[in-house]
Design a protein around this ligand. Sequence first.
Ligand SMILES: Cc1cc2nc3c(=O)[nH]c(=O)nc-3n(C[C@H](O)[C@H](O)[C@H](O)COP(=O)(O)O)c2cc1C
Length: 341
Amino acid sequence: MGPHNRAYFLAGSGDEQTASANEAAFQQAQVMPRMLRDLRGGSTEVSVLGQKLAAPLLIAPFAYQRLLHNEGETATARGAEAQSIKMVLSAQSSEPLDSVRASGPSSDWFQLHWMGSRETTQALAQMALAAGFNRLILTIDAPVQGVRDQEIEAQFQLPPDVSAVNLAQFAPPAFTPRENAQSIIFDHIAETLPTWADVAWLIKTLQVPLLLKGILHPEDAAQAQRIGAAGVIVSNHGGRVLDRAPATLSALPAIVDRVGPDYPVLMDGGIRRGVDILIALALGAKAVLVGRPIACGLAVAGDLGVSHVLRLLRDELEIAMLLSGCATVQDIRRDMVHLKL
Ligand SMILES: Cc1cc2nc3c(=O)[nH]c(=O)nc-3n(C[C@H](O)[C@H](O)[C@H](O)COP(=O)(O)O)c2cc1C
């Protein structure tokens, strides 16, 4: 990865406190192993939103993958398919929906952004459903970009041949500056942002489960549950938005306590090893998503690189389960993990 791509894909926002905290939280967790249990017939299989997953692991949605490899998201989907793992496709995919679906048919999760109005957001959701996606994620933690100092320093810009090709047909909301406007952010952007009522409306119009991604506060998780979201993803966007937000691993337990053990809570941020997946599951996540390690695999070796990273994570999770005495994901219990936060 060259300096431009490193600034875009690997850096966090601001002083990168949150991006670092995500990883540090896993490093500060300790797993207490149990011995001599019967581990025959074990597996990493898990059921999430009515689907069976071979492992509690998905590829997080991340934008503009053609910056890393000329086949972009299409290569990622193929690499995921080879390891029976699903990729969540970003609305800011740089490859067309249909070619991504064709190269990874079991990757049927799609991530939406709010598109400035109810109608346009619903139109994007319908486009994804028409392409065969049947689990939707609405990302709610990035109404504006974070303060991306490293991108500014590297003078990062998208090259002309990389863009959000699937969004080209959706016009951005018109901008009419108000008289005496003081702030572009509060006078313009804030007007196009959704509230809980908008998201509740969207959920009611959809026939498929919708997860909210970017939840850190237990009350927001409870609100998501009340309005009928199928689950939440505890996430701080990999530390790319609000710097100083808490590490996702440390936010997870209070959220699971608030919404109860049966409500689907997924998480992402800072997962770098298979044992990190075990730790997140012990603290109540039903599955995790992984972003930057996949970007690195894609940059190094396209579909094979993605596949290799996923294989490592799957194998490491199995090893961690065996070494800690867990035959199935149900055996991964909260009292196995001690957080030294
Ligand atoms: C370069 C980059 C682009 C991203 N683009 C999106 C996006 O388009 N939509 C989204 O919901 N999240 C996006 N994310 C956030 C990821 O989905 C995920 O929350 C984060 O990468 C997880 O942290 P990790 O990279 O430490 O695994 C992006 C993350 C990165 C690193």
